[in-house]
Design a protein around this ligand. Structure first.
Ligand code: FES
Ligand code: FES
Length: 163
């Protein structure tokens, strides 16, 4: 399998990683960079667990070639908390406070999809949240609390002016 050095910008840091030319972004994040917060559930584009942000848009990292993510800004769940203080992002905190996770496998993808939603629409309705998260499956069936978590985060971010 041919390999080459990929240069990826992940969570604001530049990484050089040796990778097969056919590796997916999920594989390189998890195995090449050790960023295992990106989860793999179906590995075939069906569940949304592997969602990361590329240039602020949600993408399925299991369906994206790592090589296609070069020269773009990649955000994974590891980039959500404040890197200086370790404080959780308000969306993460809301998931904690509203029990928005059970096993947690879907949670990173849910949170990153929710971030893209709230960056675009700081005052979503419940339907807006459900629509935005419709590609993210939760095998624990925790949808009600996930939706409540995102709505709580939206309220707190508006009140606190934090994005
Ligand atoms: S693991 Fe990528 S969509 Fe399911
Ligand atoms: S919390 Fe288990 S898959 Fe969603």
């Amino acid at each position: 399998m041919p390999t080459r050095t990929l240069v990826l910008n992940v969570n604001g840091a530049r990484h050089e990683v040796q990778s097969s030319t056919t590796a997916t972004l999920a594989e390189v994040l998890r195995e090449g960079l050790g960023l295992t917060g990106t989860k793999l559930m179906c590995n075939e584009g069906e569940c949304g667990a592997c969602t990361v942000l590329i240039n602020s848009r949600p993408v399925l990292s299991c369906m994206t070639l790592a090589a296609d993510a070069e020269n773009k800004k990649i955000m994974t769940i590891e980039g959500m908390a404040d890197l200086q203080t370790g404080a959780l992002h308000p969306i993460q905190q809301a998931f904690v406070d509203r029990s928005g996770m059970q096993c947690g496998v879907c949670t990173p993808g849910m949170i990153l999809t929710a971030k893209a939603l709230l960056d675009d629409n700081p005052s979503p309705t419940e339907d807006d949240v459900r629509n935005a998260l419709s590609g993210n499956l939760c095998r624990c069936g925790n949808y009600r609390r996930i939706t409540e978590s995102v709505l709580l985060a939206a309220r707190r971010m508006k009140e606190g002016g934090k994005r």
